[in-house]
Design a protein around this ligand. Structure first.
Ligand SMILES: Cc1cc2nc3c(=O)[nH]c(=O)nc-3n(C[C@H](O)[C@H](O)[C@H](O)COP(=O)(O)OP(=O)(O)OC[C@H]3O[C@@H](n4cnc5c(N)ncnc54)[C@H](O)[C@@H]3O)c2cc1C
Length: 525
């Protein structure tokens, strides 16, 4: 391609498309190169089982994105370009091994009644917890949507809040520390731990304290949030905005080399040898583990190479997609309940054992902890009339003792075990109701999206070593890579994984500044 673009962007996940959309709004011509035949990365929706069944290959809920200025302030006119959210109520339904359950409703009084089945005291603690979280969450949200290191330090931000000192301690504790100390009944503890681990961070790890509040609080406030039509509705709306501003998106273009001239990144080369040059900058959402192989080691420097070498993937997911003739109908008092977002929480002890399996490279087949998503309960556009789609997720290591290839041997057995467990609580989901199935092991998830390095579903662990100013590498958290002209976005950058739009927006803020433009002026012009 001889045409030169202002900005060349590698990868078309939602984050890099967001960067492209803001840059396009600012008047820069953008070329986005995507390795796969479809855009969206982990916000893909595909006919994985049968024609007409639109499965979310990876993400389904966009709960955090709802709080982003990208959506909440419509900085990008996504609603105008076709994006719509469904707020499912019940917000969630979580079952326990003794057959009991907690159904969470948008009406907090109803949720508290559910918790009070186990403990009145816990119900009141939950109510208080939700009130406290609501008052402080804008501070944490603001940090998420500000480039790392550009906001005031957390302690200073929290100093303005009446409970600032308490929250400073809470965020440093583990989610489990908080849950275990605040609640008395094991079902309620297990329920809250199940939510806290929803972003694939070990709930017992120090520094996960706010996760005791944020995931469950998001559902309490907004229900189980899903984009109408599937997760790909987000990248599709972004594509329309990028193209409206003159941007070009090309698929089947895996980038495998950065073009450097006089020490500066001036473009990229794809696997076929085709070169694409950028007038001002190259933006990458290539995983940092791959990115470092795309330029000579001396271009990165020792610090960056060390940071990339020691970068860890974190937890990985195991997913089975089903096309069904009925949704799972969970057994509840007086009948059954179909629900978009459901969980099998097991006991807190079982959940806490997940970390041991990651340490030892083993698959825990006893009492699987599950996330069960059935978007078709609320969104009939996803399946042929009267049919449903179910996604069953468990959490298992990519690195098995026998090596990751072992997944190809055991995945059918693991999927069958997960289904067997689900059937204890939704016995209607018999073989006759299952029309087709498709399994995605952690290894498969890496195969379909190279950004899911080592099965990582969030671009890499969000451990204290890889968070905020340390992500992806200390000294390079502000999207500017060691090679001048090269910027990094995507979930390997702050604030990390999940569908947040944060890395994409933050990268746009930094790059626009370097181009002499003010982000807020661009957005409001
Ligand atoms: C199974 C699963 C379930 C999940 N569920 C949820 C959920 O319900 N809610 C939630 O908020 N989050 C969820 N997540 C996490 C979330 O989907 C991701 O963290 C997020 O979508 C990542 O977005 P991204 O734009 O940073 O990267 P990606 O979506 O991974 O996009 C990166 C893109 O870059 C492309 N690319 C990579 N390398 C190259 C290259 N060399 N050349 C060209 N292109 C390249 C990839 O093909 C990909 O399209 C889930 C993840 C998984 C795996």
């Amino acid at each position: 391609m001889t045409e030169q673009f202002d900005i060349v962007i590698a990868g078309a996940g939602h984050n890099s498309l967001i960067t492209a959309a803001y840059l396009g709004m600012a008047g820069y011509s953008c070329l986005v190169l995507e390795a796969r035949s479809i855009i969206g990365g982990d916000t893909m929706t595909e006919e994985l089982t049968l024609p007409g069944f639109l499965h979310d290959t990876c993400s389904t809920t966009h709960a955090i994105f709802l709080q982003s200025p990208v959506w909440s302030k419509q900085e990008l006119p996504l609603a105008e370009y076709g994006l719509e959210y469904i707020h499912a109520d019940p917000a969630s339904h979580v079952v326990f091994p003794d057959g009991t359950y907690i159904t969470q409703w948008l009406d907090i009084d109803r949720t508290c009644e559910e918790i009070a089945k186990f403990s009145r005291k816990d119900a009141e603690t939950y109510r208080k917890m939700m009130t406290e979280w609501r008052s402080v969450s804008p501070i944490f949200n603001n940090i998420r949507y500000t480039p790392a290191g550009w906001s005031k330090p957390l302690a200073e931000e929290l100093a303005t809040h009446p409970m600032g000192g308490i929250w400073l301690r809470r965020q440093a504790l583990s989610a489990w520390d908080i849950i275990h100390a605040s609640f008395e009944d094991w079902h309620v503890k297990s329920w809250l731990l199940w939510f806290a681990e929803g972003t694939m961070q070990p709930g017992e790890r120090p520094g996960t304290g706010t996760l005791a509040y944020s995931f469950v609080g998001g559902r309490q406030r907004n229900g189980w949030v899903i984009p109408k039509g599937g997760s790909w509705s987000l990248p599709q709306a972004l594509r329309r905005i990028v193209e409206k501003h003159g941007g070009t998106i090309l698929t089947n273009q895996p980038v495998n080399r950065l073009i450097l001239e006089h020490g500066r990144c001036v473009g990229v080369e794809t696997e076929t040898g085709e070169q694409f040059r950028a007038r001002y900058a190259v933006v990458s959402s290539i995983h940092v583990k791959h990115l470092v192989d795309m330029a000579p080691p001396e271009a990165w420097g020792e610090t960056f190479l060390y940071g990339a070498e020691t970068y860890k993937p974190g937890r990985s997911m195991f997913v089975t997609h089903y096309a069904t003739s009925e949704p799972p109908l969970f057994t509840v008092a007086g009948g059954t309940l179909p629900v978009v977002g459901a969980g099998v929480a097991q006991t807190p002890e079982r959940q806490l054992r997940i970390s041991e399996h990651f340490q030892h490279g083993t698959v825990g087949m006893d009492a699987p902890v599950l996330l069960v998503l059935t978007p078709s309960v609320e969104d009939s556009s996803r399946t042929p009339a009267g049919k449903h789609m179910v996604k069953v997720i468990s959490v298992h290591p990519y690195e098995l003792r026998e090596g990751p290839e072992q997944w190809d041997t055991i995945k059918t057995e693991v999927a069958a075990r997960d289904l067997e467990e689900l059937r204890k609580y939704a016995p209607n989901l018999t073989d006759e109701k299952i029309l087709a199935a498709e399994i995605r092991s952690p290894l498969d998830l890496e195969r379909i999206n190279r950004h899911n390095w080592h099965g990582s579903c969030h671009g890499g662990d969000l451990s204290p070593a890889q968070v905020e100013t340390l992500r992806p590498v200390p000294g390079y958290a502000q999207h500017r890579m060691p090679i001048p002209g090269l910027y990094q976005t995507g979930s390997t950058t702050h604030p990390g994984g999940s569908v947040t739009g944060g890395p994409g927006r933050n990268a746009a803020i930094v790059l626009l500044k370097d181009l002499g433009r003010d982000f807020h002026e661009v957005v409001h012009s």
